[in-house]
Design a protein around this ligand. Sequence first.
Ligand code: XMP
Length: 507
Amino acid sequence: MQQKIIILDFGSQTTQLIGRRVRELNTYCEIVPYNKFPHDDPSVIGVILSGSPFSVYDDKAFKTNINALRGKLPVLGICYGAQLMAWENGGNVESAPSREYGRARLEQVDGSNPLLTGIEKDSQVWMSHGDTITALPENFGIIASTAEVPVAAYQARGEKLWGVQFHPEVYHSECGMQLLRNFVVGICGSRCDWSAESFIESTVSELRRTLGDDKVVLGLSGGVDSTVAAVLLNKAIGKNLTCIFVDHGMLRKNEFTDVMKAYECLGLNVIGVDASAEFFEALAGVTDPERKRKIIGKGFIDVFDREAHKVTDVKWLAQGTIYPDCIESLSITGTVIKSHHNVGGLPEKMNLKLCEPLRLLFKDEVRAVGRALGIPDRLIKRHPFPGPGLAVRILGDITPEKVAVLQEADNIFIEGLREWDLYDKVWQAGAILLPVQSVGVMGDERTYERAVALRAVTSTDAMTADWAHLPYEFLAKVSNEIINKVRGVNRVCYDISSKPPATIEWE
Ligand code: XMP
């Protein structure tokens, strides 16, 4: 049986990070809302309580009966999680008169405590809460302190129940990984057998069992997630998988043919559908960004639905949905928000059963699984690309001629990034066709042509992003090449806006 750690989510921004750290310890974990502990699951070996934006004494604070787990499973409370267990058992939590935010150092450490094995006095930890535990319940004891926070870590005496006021999951807590390892491996007894290979092996046999001889369709986009899902399914059910790759006409230069070739090399059964003419027709004259997105989304569903139903007897729709898309996140109001599906509306419309083999994986794990499946790096390391493609990078209305101009400029930029070994150093990059013309001079002639913006950002999750500080020499070379080679463009700008307040895409 696959062992698992349950992370109870009380709404902290770092809950997903706790999950990733546990996975880095080759231990499977699941993040569930604070009040949805799976009491009947025998594979759970330990529980971690996350932080929260609330104070335990707030009326609206998320509460659940943690004591129901005492004596049954090892429990580690982090920040609010630690405060909650202290509070619920008769301790006291108060807004701290002198708050210790950010970096702090452990001044006292009980190195003999199993949670703190190998953690040195003076080691740096990261604090992030306005509250502090001012009195512990009777049978709880302090096991670590900082200058400002006497109860930096505690244990309920004789019980497998710990709390830490700091955040071991964040990079700035030097001893954080050691502490989590002590808990997950030392205390909970993880076998550390969660790996890309073990995932592939168990998922392939589970897919075979669930799908039997059923036929499955899957929409490929050229992106990492759908590619890995397809190769995994292909390994499990071979010919019963039909992949459909829709060209809406707004992909990058040569992308459709290049990606189709790569898919064929991977042995996938792919139907490529050139639907560009119908998309261009539907988009003619449309300038509003949201309308463009809706038209493309609906068009995609219609084309996919039509092609998928040409496959006889199809029963399942497979999608490359990944874990961050599935985690139910808690908003501050307490409402549970379920984030988007990969292709909004498709499962409902098609009346097929849904198969999501990557729904348990974080993005970096999807890449590791892809590598273990033998997918080439060029596919695995591809930058994210928006579903509506270049349509949201052409400001104003879309015509095939504008797409062709943008494809050329974009291609010079992206190939340049590859040549200069910069491609893997940025999160994503692309060119944007601006709805302005400006005066220029070429030879003896005055020109009045289009402007292109280049955008390259660094990021870890696309939620925030900084503009990439690309070398001037590189930008000069790309700008020159675009202006010289792409007819109709006489000016190139570089976008130096961060997100927030700007977004990565211009539309
Ligand atoms: P923004 O522009 O919101 O983009 O900062 C964040 C990330 O999402 C991608 N993106 C999209 N992906 N359909 C997609 O599949 C879309 O409509 C869409 N809009 C933005 C964007 O490329 C970036 O990676």
